[in-house]
Write a protein that binds this ligand. Structure first.
Ligand code: DLZ
Length: 166
């Protein structure tokens, strides 16, 4: 089946997160969007048996700061994955391009360097309406999708055994 929207996931296909620990970092910019995504992510982790005390929520000023926050969390804690939530809306200047480029590359680098999943739940839209449509509106909730992706990546990591001495 073609998969275009993890918000429509079949819950039975999502691994349990029991005993796993997650950090969620959400940007303060565009809070009407990021707050809804954050709530969607928390609710989804809870639905999949992650206990409340195993979900740590952090805030950063803007989407650009997600990279530093994710790196600090992974250097200082033993969480299994970090879900990064942000919303960048195209404006009149080139700020949009710089932020989107920096955060997508930055989060990829952090994940590879720290060896744990860093989930890109960042909306990059032309308008606020497009963002709202993806934060609990007609196109689902990218926070929910981020939580599903995190649960799947943590389970994947658990399933890959070391054949080469670490
Ligand atoms: C500066 C800025 C602009 C113009 N737009 C957004 C946005 O749409 N979404 C967002 O999350 N953050 C924005 N920011 C703030 C930057 O992410 C960052 O916080 C500042 O440039 C300070 O480093």
């Amino acid at each position: 089946m073609k998969k275009t929207n993890l918000s429509d996931h079949d819950p039975s296909t999502v691994p349990s997160g029991e005993g796993k620990r997650f950090a969620i970092v959400a940007a303060e910019w565009n809070p009407e969007v990021t707050d809804a995504m954050l709530q969607g992510a928390v609710d989804t982790l809870r639905e999949h048996h992650v206990s409340e005390e195993d979900i740590r929520v952090y805030r950063v000023p803007g989407t650009f700061e997600l990279t530093t926050a994710a790196d600090t969390i992974l250097r200082r804690t033993t969480v299994d994955a970090v879900i990064c939530i942000g919303c960048v809306i195209q404006g009149e200047t080139r700020h949009f391009e710089f932020i989107c480029q920096a955060v997508s590359q930055g989060l990829t680098n952090v994940s590879l360097q720290r060896g744990r999943p860093v989930i890109f739940s960042v909306l990059t839209t032309d308008t606020m309406q497009q963002a709202l449509d993806r934060a609990g509106g007609r196109h689902g909730n990218k926070g929910v999708e981020g939580a599903v992706a995190a649960l799947k990546m943590v389970a994947l990591a658990d399933s890959i055994e070391y054949e080469i001495p670490f």
